[in-house]
Ligand binder design. Structure first.
Ligand SMILES: N[C@@H](CCC(=O)N[C@@H](CS)C(=O)NCC(=O)O)C(=O)O
Length: 193
């Protein structure tokens, strides 16, 4: 198995955590998707996004689909409808944070009172407030795929300076409790930056 990604991507990290937890070995291709490895990304995925998983002749795009593929292949637990909604919330916050980061990197001031930035900020705040409540209610007690996605998203938001841990005491405490889970340290975006 080969995972095409980058050492800092939260969508790639969730799959790295999953593979580590399942004890599945794999080759990791760490691309600079906005720089020198752009051509390789074009060859890998027409949507120009990571992660991409290669397994023999199969090439799978998108972390959510990769999970479904690995679930079948490695006999992992299924995701129920409630958990699908958790993934949608986590992805909503994560996509908006990626959009804000790329806007910021384009030299645009994202603190301006503009519709697009306001909508992203509102989505991030709303989903994170809901996730904070769910963590307080022990909805993420089990270290499963939604928990790995939550960990990767929240830790990445903090790493990129888009989230303030002080506003999310339950999430922050939950994050600290997961430090010894398989793959957490080796996939830390801070060690790659
Ligand atoms: N829905 C996709 C999202 C993946 C995604 O947005 N990945 C980011 C890296 S963190 C990316 O490739 N961004 C490239 C771009 O937006 O141009 C998934 O779950 O795999």
């Amino acid at each position: 198995m080969k995972l095409i990604g980058s050492a800092t991507s939260p969508y790639v990290r969730r799959i790295r955590l999953l593979l580590a937890d399942a004890g599945q070995g794999y080759e990791f291709s760490d691309l600079n998707i906005y720089g020198e490895d752009r051509e390789e990304l074009r060859r890998q995925n027409p949507t120009l996004k990571i992660p991409v998983l290669h397994d023999g002749d199969e090439v799978i795009f998108d972390s959510r689909v990769i999970y479904r593929y690995l679930q079948d292949k490695l006999d992992l637990p299924g995701i129920n409808w409630k958990q699908e909604n958790l993934l949608t919330m986590i992805d909503g916050a994560n996509d908006s944070m990626v959009a804000l980061l790329l806007t910021q990197r384009s030299g645009i001031d994202i603190s301006e009172d503009k519709l697009f930035y306001n909508l992203q900020r509102e989505r991030i705040e709303q989903t994170l407030a809901e996730l904070e409540k769910l963590v307080a209610d022990d909805a993420f007690e089990v270290w499963n795929y939604p928990a790995m996605c939550l960990y990767s998203m929240f830790d990445w938001g903090v790493f990129r300076g888009l989230l303030d841990t002080a506003g999310y005491p339950h999430l922050s405490a939950w994050l600290a409790e997961q430090q010894d889970r398989p793959g957490i340290h080796s996939s830390d975006p801070r060690t790659a930056a």
